[in-house]
Design a protein around this ligand. Sequence first.
Ligand code: NIG
Ligand code: FE
Length: 407
Amino acid sequence: MLIKNIKSLLQTSAPTKALRGKKLSELKRIDNAWLLIENDSIKDFGAMDTCPETTNNTIDATGKMVLPTWCDSHTHLVFATSREEEFEMRLKGKSYEEIALAGGGILNSAKKLQNTSEDDLFNSAWKRLMQVIKMGTGAIEIKSGYGLSVEGELKMLRVIKRLKEKSPIPIKANFLGAHSYPAEYKNNHQGYIDLIVNEMLPQIAEEGLADYIDAFCEKVAFSVEETEQIIKAGAQYGLKPKIHTNQFNCMGGIELCVANNALSVDHLEVVNDAEIECLKNSETIATLLPSAPFFLSDPYQPGRKLVDEGVAVALASDYNPGSSPSGNMNLVVSLACVKLKMTPEEAINAATINGAFAMELQNEYGSIAVGKKANLMITEEINSLAFIPYSFGKDSIEQVIINGKII
Ligand code: NIG
Ligand code: FE
């Protein structure tokens, strides 16, 4: 398939490290371009004066832009049901943390998941996966974390494994047994950590169910010392950490993660100068999730500051039933510009190639490069790339191509 007369072919870089600082602000592009797909991959591309002979399978992209699909490196896409009753409680003044402490929130989702079959979980997650692909997501990470028991966590991870096997886009599985303490372990934290370490992890490793390990390092969830135990146990099985931290409190989670070579630290609504200093001198990616503070009416991540200080920043949706019931990466990119004060170029880099780095998929996804998977988006006719985040709430994507096929 040949795409020709492309107004701008965006993101034609193939960096060896996640972009940061000035490099994050540069979005490599070719104006008036063509791109050739062979089978499921990008065969070649260039400026129109070098365009190959027209084949019978040609798309004329006059006035349109082409860019790689979004790489959404943080989601909780497998869950039993929505939680709009908590949304209404919050609208009436209750906070997310209050609801969590009263047994709602993650524990509410865990209760619902317990009574849901693996097949039902798979079917609802599959629908969500198809929806986000249509909105331009071409690679995704999915976490467990609503099981909170040996069988519940294994059930979720087996659902993710089935999704992986059937999905047209790559999926990375992240084991989040340490999402919240189940009620019966409220006063026996070590008991639950032992369950994760001695019961869950060995089985997960034996069945090859996880690529990464996660924990919710927060006052309402796991302390820094508890998170450290989880990270160290994961390391025994070769699982790199990608950790929820600094959503509501600065507790030392970032320093812990950096010291343990975490692939990413995720959320960062609150972050202090010492933590920024620590992050900018590391390879750990700061994955910002602006739709969570949007939905919870919390302060937004200091995206501008993190970028200016030279931290490697990625953007992800955090798709989950409690804090971000949306997997729309187009909205995430708009929020990053409007609320995190990132430029359109920075936001697109953070949501494509840096998201790919945050899933270790940068060699096959996240940019336009020869040999990479042909996972692409074709926009409507637009005047400039800034129109992509500008047209918030209504994405400007006209066609999504996955593995070289229009979907
Ligand atoms: O990333 N903060 C922890 N976990 C999720 C929310 C989980 C939920 O509310 O169900 C998050 O925001
Ligand atoms: Fe999350």
